[in-house]
Design a protein around this ligand. Structure first.
Ligand code: HEM
Length: 421
C-alpha cells in the first residue's frame, strides 16, 4: 500500500497514520531529502547520535526553511528575513547579524550545546523547581476559586491550564504579572507562525512579535544588570563573565521558554483531562486515589503528548535501519508514534494509567531532553490534583474540539466543561 505522509500537515488525529507508517514504511521518504522516522528504536537511535543527526534542523524549521517544501539553506533564509525586517522597519535590535533563535540551546549541537545547557540549567535545578511548589498550588487554587465563583460551566483551557504556566514563567523570569497577557499573545504567535498553517499568524506578524519580545526582554536585561533580583533573568545575566548569557542569548532563551514551556504545559493538562473524560473508569479511579495523578500525567505524555515531533539533519552520509540517508537530509522523528509503538509499549494506542511508561519520549530523548520536564510535571500534577479534588463530576459540554494550529504541538484551543455539586 503506497503511503503518503506530510509531516507539516496539521491533523486532528495523527495516530492511525502513525500506525501505518510504523507498519509499512518505518523510514519513510516524504520527498528528496526529507524523511519521517516512526518506530521507537529508530527514533531513539537518531536522538542518541547527535553527532550524526544535528539539531541544525530545528534552526531551519524555526526559520520556516523546512515547511515551504524547498528546504532552503540557512544563509538564504537569514538573507530573506533580513530583507523582510528592513521592509517592515524592524531592523535587528540586537546589534548582530543573528536574529533570535540561532543561538538557542534547542538548536545547538554538542559540545557548544552542553556549555549553554549547563548555564540555563541553573534556573531549573530540582531545588529551584521544588521551591515553586507552594506558589503553583496557590495559583491553581485561585484559578479553581474563580471557576467556582462563576457557576457550573468553565473552559479548562482559559480558566486554569493556560494561566497557570504563563503565570509561573512570568514569575520565574521576574516580570510584572500584568505582562502575562503579552506572554500568552507572543507564545501563540510564535507557535502558529512557525509550526502552523498561519491561521493565527503569518510571517509579518511573527517578525513584529519577535521584535516586540526582543525590545521587552532587552529592557529587563539592562535593568537586572544594574539592579539584580532573585529571578531567572538576573541569574542568567549576572553570573561570572565566562558563564553569563549575553543580552542576545537572553532574548533567544526567553523566546524559547515562551514557545517551549507555555502552551506545551497547557496542553498536557488539557490532554490529560480529555483522556480521563474518554475513560470514565480511570477518571473515577484517579479521583478516588489522587496518588495516581503523577503516573496518569506520565501516561498522558506517552498517549497524547503535547509535542509530537522534532527534526534533525544528517551530518554525513549514513544508514538508518537499512535505509541510506544522505548528508544534509532532514529526518523527522515522531515522538507521538514512537510512544504508541507496540514493540515498546504493548497495545500502544490504549490509554492505561497502570502501564509502565518508562522510556516514553513525551519530553524527547538524549542530550536535548526537555529542560523544563520537572517543572511541567509539577504544574500538571498540581493542576489536575486541584481540579479533581475540588470539582465533582466533571463532564464535557461539547463533543467537537478545535485544535491548535500546529503540526508539532498538540492540544485543544479550548475545553468547555461543566461540573455538579
Ligand atoms: C508538557 C510540557 C512540555 C513538553 C511536552 C515539552 C517537550 C519538549 C521536547 C520534546 C523537547 C526536545 C526537543 C528536541 O529534541 O529537539 C523539549 C526541549 C526543551 N524544553 Fe520542553 N516541554 C515541555 C515543557 C517545558 C517547559 C515548562 C520548559 C521551560 C520552562 C521547557 C523548556 C525546554 C527547553 C529549554 C528545551 C531545549 C533543551 C535542550 O535543547 O537542551 N519545556 N521539550
Amino acid at each position: 500500500m503506497p503511503i503518503e505522509y506530510d509531516p507539516f500537515e496539521v491533523r486532528a488525529d495523527p495516530f492511525p497514520e502513525y500506525r501505518r507508517l510504523r507498519e509499512f514504511s518505518p523510514i519513510h521518504r516524504v520527498r528528496d531529502g526529507l524523511w519521517v522516522v516512526s518506530r521507537y528504536d529508530d527514533v531513539s537511535h537518531v536522538l542518541r547520535h547527535a553527532e550524526l543527526y544535528s539539531s541544525s534542523a530545528t534552526r531551519l524549521m524555526m526559520m520556516g526553511g523546512l515547511q515551504t517544501g524547498m528546504q532552503a539553506d540557512e544563509a538564504t533564509l537569514l538573507e530573506a528575513r533580513r530583507k523582510k525586517q528592513q521592509e517592515l522597519g524592524l531592523e535587528s535590535l540586537l546589534g548582530t547579524e543573528e536574529g533570535w533563535n540561532e543561538n538557542t540551546v534547542i538548536s545547538m549541537d554538542p559540545p557548544e550545546h552542553e556549555a549553554l545547557r549547563h548555564i540555563v540549567n541553573r534556573g531549573f535545578t530540582p531545588r529551584r523547581v521544588s521551591q515553586l511548589e507552594a506558589r503553583i498550588r496557590e495559583i491553581a487554587n485561585e484559578a479553581v476559586d474563580g471557576i467556582l465563583a462563576r457557576g457550573k460551566e468553565f473552559d479548562l483551557n482559559r480558566d486554569l491550564s493556560m494561566p497557570l504556566p504563563v503565570t509561573v514563567i512570568a514569575e520565574m523570569l521576574g516580570v510584572d504579572p500584568s505582562d502575562a497577557d503579552d506572554f500568552k499573545r507572543w507564545s501563540d504567535v510564535i507557535i502558529s507562525g512557525i509550526t502552523g498553517n498561519m491561521a493565527v499568524a503569518g510571517p509579518e506578524q511573527l517578525l513584529r512579535t519577535l521584535h516586540e519580545l526582543a525590545e521587552y526582554t532587552l529592557e529587563i536585561v539592562a535593568d537586572r544588570r544594574s539592579h539584580p533580583r532573585d529571578d531567572l533573568i538576573s541569574v542568567l545575566v549576572n553570573a561570572e563573565e565566562s558563564v553569563a548569557l549575553t543580552p542576545v542569548q537572553t532574548v533567544d532563551f526567553v523566546a524559547l521558554l515562551l514557545a517551549a514551556g507555555n502552551e506545551t504545559t497547557t496542553h498536557l493538562i488539557d490532554n490529560a483531562m480529555l483522556a480521563l473524560l474518554d475513560h470514565p473508569d480511570q477518571l473515577e479511579e484517579v479521583r478516588q486515589d489522587p496518588s495516581l495523578v503523577p503516573q496518569m500525567v506520565e501516561e498522558t505524555l506517552r498517549y497524547d503528548g503535547p509535542v509530537q515531533m522534532a527534526f534533525r539533519q544528517a551530518t554525513s552520509d549514513t544508514e538508518l535501519a537499512g535505509t541510506k540517508i544522505a548528508k544534509g537530509d532532514i529526518v523527522t522523528v515522531i515522538f507521538g508514534s514512537a510512544n504508541h509503538d507496540d514493540r515498546k509499549f504493548p497495545d500502544g494506542d490504549r490509554f492505561d494509567i497502570h502501564r509502565d511508561t518508562q522510556g516514553h519520549m513525551g519530553f524527547g530523548f538524549g542530550v536535548h531532553f526537555c529542560l523544563g520536564a520537572s517543572l511541567a510535571r509539577l504544574e500538571a500534577t498540581i493542576a489536575l490534583e486541584t481540579l479533581l479534588a475540588r470539582l465533582p463530576n466533571i463532564r464535557r459540554t461539547e463533543d467537537a474540539l478545535d485544535r491548535v494550529d500546529s503540526f508539532l504541538v498538540r492540544g485543544p484551543t479550548s475545553l468547555p466543561l461543566c461540573f455538579e455539586g
